[in-house]
Ligand binder design. Structure first.
Ligand code: PLP
Length: 551
């Protein structure tokens, strides 16, 4: 925020950063893009990024790194066993997620940055520190009861978790089908849950989500990403707590339009899950944004830092999976962790009659990690990526950076709103702006004709702008039960990654979407011509526009 505002007020935001590296954009024509769309089966993931003017497909791993991150990259240790970054990264997580704010940070990353040669000091403060009882065991405790796993991205962490949970449940209850509720399952989480044979459910308040505030903005963000606690209790009682092995919470709620979740809601989810003895798992791709929203909008948090809020937030989970490619952390990274001897560990480990551990779930996870992603010291990441990530995690705690980021989203959302585009979800989420396709098309398009995909492909064809469809096509409307269909948000997402796009890009996007909105009748419906039932089909299915007369 503008630090001069008190003395010499201006009604614009003070710049937070500047750019020293610049990339030129290509000047492709409509005809060239059309040819490329035809040649790539109209699958937007397969469209060459080198032909795009603005790529807003994802904010995942696409961020511009800071000069500090680039510098830290050079401190990467590529050793196979216990590279220095391993210690740095785990302690970065302890600093931010567990130590209650900046005043308690150890910041061992600075010992590496300043090239500390004092071996005794490094042994005492970095290499041989013992930690237990939290989310990130250290030293021998991490070997005896492994509970923190570096895994190169979010979905891989999910897949490791789900595969182990699936195996354990199948041994204990062969043939049984389980339900896993969330405030909103991300597409890969949903895919992983389905592949383990369980049923994903999304319990949020759809009416509140699509409510348009008077004049386009609320005084305080109403936390539209919250879990509907009543629905959660009803679901657990309805199917029986023994059939709900995990409760998930997505923070911020990416599939539900990147909307934040309040601390009060997180506390309630924890209370209900624990009342039924069910472990609570966070999916925390954007924990820092969520902490920013809590600080700005929830009573009692205005004077707390992002890191202080994060430490409280993480005290409520039993386990978490994390894509560290979001929130502007880094270009690659992920994490899976559970509380040492906590509810997740108790539920999924096996014990002898005398209470000693027969099979530790952490050891099972570690076996899977080693067989798929390598040694636990790097989990699919290079040493330099690990260092850039640690640096990026600290930077995400910077209020000015988060404020800038969220303001960019709000600028885009307000731009659409003021241009008269229907269906913009307001307020904007923390990393993206979403448009509800049902409203955009005046409720005229059928849910099985994938007009939202038609919208995103037409945006590529006409203007070279790529966004992601996260509605009927990606979330598989046609393959869902009626109650799951009702929980689906039929949206497209305009992702804004860290410090990469300028206001110029956003103005171009606003103008393009306005023009497309005014000509929405001509946007084609789409049909799937191959890969209809493939898991996570939007990443690889083939599509085709309906000919005009068929629409
Ligand atoms: C991106 C994302 C994932 C998957 O993470 P990847 O790093 O892309 O594999 C999982 N959950 C949420 C909420 C996400 O946004």
């Amino acid at each position: 925020m503008d630090k001069n505002a008190k003395h010499y007020p201006l009604n614009v935001t003070m710049p937070q950063h500047c750019a020293y590296v610049v990339r030129d954009l290509p000047q492709a024509t409509v005809e060239q893009r059309e040819r490329a769309l035809n040649a790539t089966h109209w699958n937007e993931f397969a469209f060459p990024s080198g032909m795009l003017t603005v790529d807003m497909l994802s904010d995942s791993g696409t961020t511009a790194m800071t000069n500090q991150q680039w510098a830290t990259l050079f401190l990467g240790d590529e050793a196979y066993g216990r590279n220095t970054g391993y210690y740095v990264l785990l302690d970065t997580f302890r600093d931010i997620f567990e130590r209650g704010g900046e005043k308690n940070w150890k910041k061992v990353i600075d010992l590496v940055r300043t090239d500390c040669r004092d071996i005794e000091k490094m042994m005492d403060e970095v290499y041989l520190c013992e930690y237990e009882g939290g989310l990130f065991n250290g030293g021998a405790a991490q070997m005896e009861r492994p509970n923190a796993f570096i895994i190169q991205q979010g979905r891989a962490a999910e897949s490791v978790l789900m595969e182990i949970v699936k195996k354990i449940l199948a041994q204990r209850h062969p043939g049984k089908v389980f339900t896993i509720p969330s405030n909103g399952h991300f597409d890969t989480t949903e895919g992983n849950i389905k592949q383990m044979g369980s049923i994903p459910r999304n319990l949020y308040n759809k009416e509140l989500l699509y409510e348009i505030p008077e004049g386009g903005s609320y005084e305080k963000n109403p936390f539209k990403g919250n879990m509907d606690i009543e629905k959660l209790e009803q679901l657990i009682q309805g199917v029986g707590p023994e059939n709900v092995p995990l409760v998930f919470t997505c923070i911020t709620n990416n599939p539900i339009c990147g909307q934040p979740v309040s601390m009060a809601n997180i506390r309630e989810i924890n209370r209900v899950a624990h009342k039924y003895d069910i472990p609570l798992v966070f999916d925390v791709a954007r924990w820092a944004e969520n902490c920013y929203f809590i600080k700005m909008n929830e009573e009692g948090y205005a004077d707390k830092s992002i890191a202080e809020i994060a430490s409280e937030m993480f005290s409520y989970c039993d386990a978490f999976t994390m894509s560290a490619k979001k929130d502007g952390h880094a270009n690659m990274g992920g994490m899976l962790a559970f509380r040492d001897r906590g509810l997740f560990w108790q539920k999924f480990s096996d014990f002898n009659e005398d209470g000693t551990v027969k099979t530790d779930v952490g050891v099972l996870i570690k076996v899977k990690q080693i067989s798929c992603y390598g040694n636990d010291s790097y989990g699919g990441m290079s040493g330099r990526d690990i260092m850039a990530l640690a640096c990026g995690l600290y930077e995400s705690c910077d209020f000015g950076y988060m404020h800038d980021r969220v303001q960019q989203c709000e600028y885009l959302a307000q731009g659409f709103y003021k241009a008269g585009v229907k269906g913009v979800v307001l307020p904007a989420g923390g990393h993206a702006v979403y448009i509800n396709m049902d409203e955009f098309f005046d409720g005229k398009r059928d849910h099985t004709t994938f007009a939202g995909t038609g919208f995103s492909l037409e945006l590529i064809r006409r203007y070279g702008i790529r966004v992601s469809e996260l509605g009927d096509f990606s979330m598989e409307y046609d393959l869902k039960t009626p109650e799951q269909q009702a929980e689906l948000a039929n949206v497209v997402r305009f992702a804004i990654d860290r410090s990469r796009l300028t206001q110029e890009h956003l103005d171009y996007v606003i103008a393009a979407v306005k023009a497309l909105y005014e000509d929405r009748e001509s946007i084609p419906n789409m049909r799937i011509v191959w890969g209809h039932k493939l898991p996570m089909r939007h990443f690889h299915a083939f599509l085709e526009p309906y000919a005009n007369e068929e629409k």
